[in-house]
Design a protein around this ligand. Sequence first.
Ligand SMILES: Nc1ncnc2c1ncn2[C@@H]1O[C@H](COP(=O)(O)OP(=O)(O)OP(=O)(O)O)[C@@H](O)[C@H]1O
Ligand SMILES: [Mg+2]
Length: 286
Amino acid sequence: MTLPFRFDDGALAFAGAATQAPTSPEKEEAPPAVVIQLDNVRVSFREGIVAVNDASLIIRRGEFVSLVGPSGCGKTTLLNIIAGLVERTSYTGRSEIVGNAPMAGNRDIAYMLARDALCPWLSAKQNVELANRIRGVDKKTCRSTALRLLDAVGLGNATAVYPKELSHGMRQRVALARTFSLDAPVLLMDEPFGALDVFTKIQLADVLLDLWGQERKTILFVTHDLSEAVGLSDRVVVMGRNPGRIIADIAVPLERPRSMKELQKDPLFHKLLAEVWQTLEGGLGE
Ligand SMILES: Nc1ncnc2c1ncn2[C@@H]1O[C@H](COP(=O)(O)OP(=O)(O)OP(=O)(O)O)[C@@H](O)[C@H]1O
Ligand SMILES: [Mg+2]
């Protein structure tokens, strides 16, 4: 299947664009391409039990979207569907990722979890290089990418250090560098900073904002921390439970670039936080 677009150095090039006439200035710019699309997704792992009901979601290229909701409402399940990790027989409805049906091992996707899953026998640099090595990227590119990203996450001086010598926050920095190293246009992040203390969390959120600002990936980010969701995102998608479902999609019109620390003093940030909290509370169910 030929895609109508391709990712190219972070820019979207429409097929055949070079032969098209230039767009007239009055013409409205087309919105960025849809990268993730779920239509009426209904998940049932066991007969008679609906894990997620009727979830529809559109995420466009370069958007940062957070998914929040009570435990068990289906956040990880939706990420797993997008990553192609849920059997097709377990859900109905349509899902499309960068124009294709979900599939495990999709190179358009990098998936980051709360657990860093670093290999203890490899140094920080080797851990970041590993995924690209497996994908067959040449050694020199693996090395330069790893060093650039370790520097970007503040570990430029710790490239030769092994995971056991790193703090939890530092290990998550390595995992963040590894996630970005894959050069996938779509990042799925499932509570990546969930087990960190508040201060480290804020620091890492700022590192993520910086990286995202430079590379403009499309990010779907799951968190239980509402202030993290509002601070990072363009939209916060709120889920409810019994059954798991999407109950709201709240736009976050805070200016960018942002700093999590500075946002704490912004009244609009607190207003949005209250809105997300009230929406979430309304969807808790029985
Ligand atoms: N592979 C599976 N087999 C059977 N049931 C599953 C499977 N994966 C998830 N579930 C069920 O689907 C529901 C949603 O689970 P999911 O892990 O998506 O929730 P979540 O919103 O990510 O929760 P948490 O915030 O605790 O991580 C739960 O009832 C869970 O038990
Ligand atoms: Mg989960």
